[in-house]
Design a protein around this ligand. Structure first.
Ligand SMILES: C[S@@+](CC[C@H](N)C(=O)[O-])C[C@H]1O[C@@H](n2cnc3c(N)ncnc32)[C@H](O)[C@@H]1O
Length: 408
């Protein structure tokens, strides 16, 4: 069997799975369909995984790693972990793919030579069934376990992560690693958490505020990965995908020419330990910030602005958090990238009406008349979002905020 198709030394373009440009009439439907086809680059996987290994060189030793929602024939996740199987001391590597027919975004998938040349190839299944790739033994007998030893077969179903057979693989695994479909991110997180598994997954920064995610971040059961989300991630896309010119240009500037796009708002979510999250943020105290801050809306001010509906100060920049402030502070969601649980505690987030009404003891809603007035001024105004009153009594809603407090 020719397994060179998943040889990690080959570039994506040299791989045998071909992405055929879609017919023009499909392009417009691709625009409207929620596209989940974004393929993670080897460099991003390497940099992220290295942080966990630096913290604990045995993090993968003796472990079964599952890579669901993948395309094992050419996925960089599969290539990376198969190549490092022995170095990491893995017990078993399993990857599963989703059937081309089931994908929302149809890009004219054609089976690879790897598949069609294999006696197992089944024309009736190639479009409608997912595949499973397993690596656990030295099948080739060359004295080492690597991608040459991967064994594959069709799944019984389409490879949906929610299917019984993939759930069974999840239950068998110790660690789940992937870039799941963005459109099903909430469900995917729930799927992992239900099985109490260790994981490392890519998601959108805005997922921080999801009901299914935020409570775990607040309780330090989930945290952001080691690669900060300030660094733009670039993803491969099927040939013919409509990519925003500015994202394509950005990907090109980062050295990815061809079928790539940059998604500036992606980051890793995990419950695997990486030491970086315990490094306290170096911060100035309040007086120093007001005197020396590099931000002109802080430097030279008498004090930080206060919200009208929350008893808290507004800190619009993470590097402007005053180190000596004892009360509650509203900070941008990018704070989570620098969050050290020994330095701060996360109280909750703005924008959650249920929490405001039932649990928050530092929330005071405006009167009904005032609320109507603010709403007329700004349609985006919401009673549960932190806002600041200007000198003329107009409400200015601030962008998404997380409430934090200094650890004693
Ligand atoms: C964001 S892509 C990432 C692919 C690969 N993990 C990577 O990082 O390169 C997510 C993949 O999940 C597939 N997918 C979509 N819905 C799925 C589902 N319900 N179950 C399993 N996979 C699904 C998509 O077709 C897509 O190929």
């Amino acid at each position: 069997m020719d397994l060179s198709v998943i040889n990690p030394d080959k570039t994506a373009s040299a791989l045998k799975t071909e992405y055929v440009p879609m017919a023009n009439q499909n392009l417009s439907s691709a625009k409207t369909a929620k596209n989940d086809e974004f393929y993670t680059q080897l460099h991003d996987i390497q940099v992220e995984v290295n942080a966990y290994l630096e913290y604990d060189p045995d993090v993968f030793r003796g472990k079964t790693v599952l890579l669901p929602c993948d395309d094992p024939e050419w996925s960089n996740f599969t290539k990376f972990f198969a190549q490092k199987f022995q170095t990491f001391g893995l017990k078993k590597l399993i990857s599963t793919s989703y059937a081309p027919e089931s994908k929302k975004y149809k890009y004219g998938y054609q089976p690879s030579l790897f598949e069609t040349n294999d006696p197992q190839f089944d024309e009736g299944k190639t479009q409608t069934h997912g595949k499973i790739f397993v690596l656990e033994r030295d099948k080739s007998g060359d004295g080492r376990i690597d991608y040459q030893d991967i064994e594959w077969s069709y799944l019984e179903g389409d490879g949906d992560f929610r299917s019984k057979e993939v759930c069974k693989l999840r239950d068998e695994a110790d660690i789940i690693i992937t870039n799941p479909p963005f459109s099903l991110f909430r469900e995917f997180v729930g799927w992992i958490i239900a099985a109490k598994k260790k994981f490392l997954i890519i998601g959108n920064i805005n997922a921080i505020t999801y009901r299914e995610v935020f409570p775990y971040l607040q309780k330090n059961k989930i945290w952001l990965g080691a690669t900060g989300f300030v660094s733009d991630m670039v993803f491969g896309v099927p040939k013919g995908t409509i990519v925003k010119p500015s994202d394509k240009a950005k990907a090109e500037r980062l050295g990815y020419v061809g079928n790539f796009t940059r998604l500036g708002n992606s980051c890793w979510f995990t419950n695997l330990e990486h030491g970086r999250r315990h490094q306290a943020l170096p911060l100035m105290n309040k007086a120093e910030n007001l005197k020396f801050s590099r931000h002109k809306d802080i430097k030279g001010k008498m004090d930080y602005e206060r919200y009208d509906n929350f008893e808290a100060i507004d800190v619009p920049y993470v590097d402007a958090i005053p180190s000596d402030y004892e009360g509650i502070m509203g900070v941008p969601i990018t704070f989570l990238d620098k969050y050290c649980p020994e330095q701060f505690e996360i109280v909750w987030r703005g924008g959650d009406i249920e929490w405001c009404e039932k649990e928050c003891d530092f929330y005071t809603p405006p009167s009904k008349e005032k609320a109507e007035y603010y709403k007329k001024q700004d349609k985006t105004w919401r009673i549960q979002n932190p806002y600041i009153l200007d000198d003329d009594g107009n409400a200015r809603v601030v962008y998404q905020r997380i409430f934090i407090r200094k650890k004693q």
